[in-house]
Design a protein around this ligand. Sequence first.
Ligand SMILES: [Zn+2]
Length: 125
Amino acid sequence: MPSTKAIKNLRNQAALEQGWRCYYCQLPMWDASPKEFMNRYGMPPGLTKRFQCTAEHLNARCNGGEDVAANIVAACLFCNATRHRTKHPLDATKHASVVRSRMAKGKWHPPQVIAALGNRGEPPA
Ligand SMILES: [Zn+2]
């Protein structure tokens, strides 16, 4: 069983490759410092929490998904938790398409998030 540290390293590696943007919603994520994120984007504290960077197993651990680089991406806490909230989570590809279509309609994150981050992660001009 790999250590939590090993998973964190895999997550960091994935996050770097993703430019610290969520695998699903593509908005920026924070790691160690929510404060800096809040200040940078003018995000309320209650909404900042959801952008914490987490390790997401593409093939969920409960389905035998392994802790290896090919199976781990970096996702924001909200997208990660939402996928796993149901009894039979969608596979990662389906979840990604649900998230992206809701993002496109402005119906994934609340309006305050879109105001702060823009809908594709670029702050509104
Ligand atoms: Zn996300």
